[in-house]
Write a new protein. Sequence first.
Length: 438
Amino acid sequence: MPDFESRTADWLPFDQALARILGQVSPLPSETVPLDEALGRALAGDVLAPTPLPPWDNSAMDGYAIRGDDVAGATKDRPVVLVVTGVIHAGTRFEGTVGQGEAVRIMTGGEVPAGADTVIRVEDTDREETDTGSLRIYSERDRGRHVRPAGQDWPEGAVALKSGTGIGPGQTAVLAASRASLVSVHRRPKVAILASGDELVDLDSQSSDPHRIPESNSHYVSAGVRAAGGTPMRLGIARDDRADIRRHLARAADADVLVTLGGASMGEGDLFKTVLDDLGLELDFWRVKIRPGSPMSFGRLPLKDGGSQTVFGLPGNPASTFVTFEVFVRPFLLALAGHVRLERPIVTALAAGNLRAAGDITGFLRVRLSRSSAELEASLAGPQGSGLVGSLGAADGLAIIPEGVEEIPRGAPVEVMLLDDPRSVSPTPVDESQRVAE
């Protein structure tokens, strides 16, 4: 087993580290859930349309179903007069056929009767107000229009949604239209989260010691796991003591993923590595060429049942935890949950000031976005120290400073990875039973 006190850092470039991580993930098994419980999940198979949608030609507006040739040349001064033979509401059918010189009043969504190929809008008629049983039409502009054909959305047997699609409100509408009351989705990843550090105090603690720091990282990671569709298990805070760390880790055995927070470097109190090594951790790499967050690690821990658990060792500085979770752990969890779309949207903005990073790493700067005239601008969300928390709540995105670039000058374009808008997050419900007590 490696001697972590003397281990040489791997220092993987960002892209290579991410590729190594995603190259070791396979989606979790599937399960069937009711449609209304599928939000945020990923489809475990293609969803096929059982019938055409719409199932029949239907009207795109309120008006009259007619034969288009009957209104050729119609004007306000020379209206066409047709005989009204019935009315169709949405959900009802007209059993007859629209013949030459005939019209049927129809509501939006109503099934267009046989013989009709046009729906004339009500505004271009006299609304049957002049003579009982007859209709005057004053324009031919709707000739051949306003009929939505059967199968316009999809034909029978078409793929309505592909496997791996994440289910949001729009996908829920498609599934409902496909008559999918039950949905096959991948299981939610269960993620154990363990912080360590004698200097930390949990929010539930009554301690008022001013020399101890409120532990925030596990709350952030727990929220990030829920937002990514997983189920978090907060294991509390382990002391800087090997036995206490082992005691906490013993309660993570049924999790798919373990995320440790802190103890990622080589300090005297950084004990996670040695404890995990004693437990048989198969370390894939340690240290990545990014800032903040370089001392992260990734590997797999063998379990007693013969399986293994993915382990992410994240640095304890809040900004480092934030960045490494966003760029490495989140896409892994999405892939584990069966999603095929793993990347956050990236936009191009203009730097509102000089954006600096060390030239030998990939830098991720917390930035705010604003629009000046027609241009999107990125400005620092606050001080960028890795131990600071305030800018995490103010950031709209992470400005990406590529390896080899020391500065993006004011006015130059910069790529920004967008972060979640809290109003658009579709998290898993909070399950308090997964909060593991100290």
